[in-house]
Design a protein around this ligand. Structure first.
Ligand code: ADP
Ligand code: MG
Length: 256
């Protein structure tokens, strides 16, 4: 049965999608069966996995609204070696339309039930908001991976996310926990990066993943080729870090 993880942080541009796509590809390289669910109407994870969001006949939107079966909607990322539940901007409408529905926070969870035994990991790329879509991600997941840049404002807003996770844990999904904070876009030459990184370790202890993702231009270039960085340039420092993170996650789920 798959372990399900949200990649979440309500800030934009912090590396959620890069993490979701490259962790998926890194896990695939480690022979894990992976489904990447794109829960952001921007569809960046879809495109980054090499699937044209403009040419979809159905997307995660139809799955959430009960209009399509998840098995009919999922695609395969040829460049990444994992399956994708794709999204495009149609999904923005789901936010409002789901309000009317029964069990509206658990639509994604219910949809995963029929396919969870086909995967080792299901990763959910969340949008940059604590919205109904993110809530669906949190209700479906066993854990949350929080990517963070080691900069001065990194911790700002983290308490809102942590409080939301606590509320979901208390009221909707007792299974949910924070798996860890992932340091991304790390620049070892910057003293501030080092300092913030040490602060994170001091405050959050073993909730901080051992793997650190460096700032690496190959990771940023890869999406324009429709490829995860891990496949685009497997030897790059960024790719190697995400494969190491995949290995850390494989170890981590053994104790879950
Ligand atoms: P989010 O999904 O949180 O909005 P993204 O993953 O889209 O964030 O990343 C924001 C930008 O930063 C993108 O242009 C992406 O290519 C770039 N980026 C993310 N991680 C790295 C990294 N480790 N090194 C270099 N660029 C990165
Ligand atoms: Mg994103």
């Amino acid at each position: 049965m798959a372990k399900i993880f949200c990649v979440a942080n309500q800030k934009g541009g912090v590396g959620k999608t890069t993490t979701a796509v490259n962790l998926a590809a890194g896990l695939a390289q480690l022979n894990q069966r992976v489904l990447l669910a794109d829960l952001d109407p921007q569809g960046n994870a879809t495109m980054g996995a090499g699937i044209n969001k403009g040419a979809l006949t159905a997307s995660i939107y139809e799955v959430l609204l009960g209009m399509s079966d998840i098995k009919a909607v999922r695609k395969t990322s040829e460049t990444g070696g994992f399956d994708v539940l794709p999204a495009n901007r149609e999904l923005a409408g789901a936010e409002v339309e789901m309000v009317e529905l029964e069990n509206r926070e658990k639509r994604l969870k219910d949809a995963f039930a029929s396919i969870a035994d086909e995967y080792d990991f299901i990763l959910i790329d969340c949008p940059p908001a604590l919205s109904m879509l993110t809530l669906n991600g949190l209700c479906a997941a066993n854990g949350v991976i929080i990517p963070m840049q080691c900069e001065y404002y990194a911790l700002e807003g983290l308490s809102d996310l942590v409080n939301t996770i606590k509320k979901v844990h208390a009221n909707l999904n007792p299974d949910l926990k924070i798996i860890g904070l992932l340091r991304v876009m790390f620049d070892p030459r910057m003293t501030l990066s080092q300092q913030v990184s040490e602060e994170l370790e001091k405050h959050f202890g073993d909730k901080v993943f051992k793997t650190v993702i460096p700032r690496n231009v190959r990771l940023a270039e890869a999406p324009s080729y429709g490829m995860p960085g891990v496949s685009f340039d497997a030897a790059s420092k960024g790719a190697q870090a995400y494969i190491a993170f995949g290995a850390e996650m494989v170890e981590r789920i053994k104790t879950m």
